[in-house]
Design a protein around this ligand. Structure first.
Ligand SMILES: O=c1ccn([C@@H]2O[C@H](COP(=O)(O)OP(=O)(O)O)[C@@H](O)[C@H]2O)c(=O)[nH]1
Ligand SMILES: O=C(O)[C@@H](COP(=O)(O)O)O[C@H]1O[C@H](CO)[C@@H](O)[C@H](O)[C@H]1O
Length: 221
């Protein structure tokens, strides 16, 4: 099976090159696609400099749409999703994410930060089912018919299908990995509001699809 990497990126000029560099260094991807979700900074230019397939959306459609467009435009039977804002990504993290899908028959592996940064470690302990670092078969992603509309609820959309179809899921620890938080990117006030908006989109998806906290959190046990 071949592996494709999808990196959804909205104004990630500060970190996108580092993420792409390590992804290329891993030598495991058949193709790498960066989907710039209406970025207004140098995300597209920097991704193009890294000589990877880059899709520049004309405006911001939301993370779910960027992920779906990436999946529809990347070669590979297995898809890895990596956020474009990761800090300290290593080749070993990518291998840890992919291995369970290839060697243990896992349907979806979910990577969790650990010992990376207090805030992001805590956030992922609290809501591990939101992690954007995942590996899963493309055919399974196709079962998810509302990824695009879900926006920041994209991970919840995958979780919903995983619960409905009883996917085999494995948590994978990604040591010393972190990412830039909204307040880093936009400042305290704008970052805080962006966070509220994100959690609102997650909550809205959760409620609209009648998901239960117990089922969602049990999935990531
Ligand atoms: O509308 C959006 C929001 C986020 N992202 C990307 O999705 C990943 C995860 O985003 P995060 O949850 O960290 O939100 P952010 O802090 O970027 O708003 C990052 O690579 C973002 O650039 C995106 O493509 N479109
Ligand atoms: O870790 C989290 O609480 C959120 C927000 O991260 P930050 O507070 O911006 O570091 O990020 C996770 O959830 C998002 C929504 O599902 C995903 O887009 C991110 O990939 C995931 O890391």
């Amino acid at each position: 099976m071949k592996i494709g990497l999808v990196i959804p990126a909205y104004n990630e000029e500060k970190t996108i090159k580092g993420v792409i560099h390590i992804a290329k260094k891993s030598n495991i991807f058949e193709e790498i696609v960066v989907v710039s979700d209406g970025s207004t900074d140098n995300t597209v230019e920097y991704a193009l400099e890294c000589e990877v397939k880059t899709i520049a959306l004309p405006r911001n459609y939301g993370k779910g749409a960027a992920m779906e467009i990436g999946v529809n435009n990347v070669k590979g039977d297995v898809i890895v999703f990596l956020d474009g804002d990761l800090i300290n990504l290593q080749v070993d993290h990518i291998k840890r994410l992919v291995e369970p899908v290839f060697k243990e028959g896992v349907d979806m592996s979910c990577g969790l930060f650990d010992n990376g940064r207090g805030h992001t470690d805590f956030a992922q302990r609290l809501t591990p089912y939101l992690t954007g670092q995942r590996a899963l078969k493309k055919e399974l992603i196709k079962e998810c018919d509302d990824l695009s509309d879900a926006k920041f609820g994209a991970e919840m959309a995958l979780t919903k299908v995983a619960l409905e179809q009883d996917w085999k899921i494995k948590k994978v620890i990604l040591p010393e990995l972190s990412h830039r938080i909204k307040e880093d990117k936009m400042g305290l006030i704008k970052g805080f509001y962006a966070r509220i908006k994100m959690y609102w989109q997650v909550f809205r998806y959760f409620k609209r699809n009648k998901l239960s906290y117990s089922s969602v959190s049990s999935m990531m046990k």
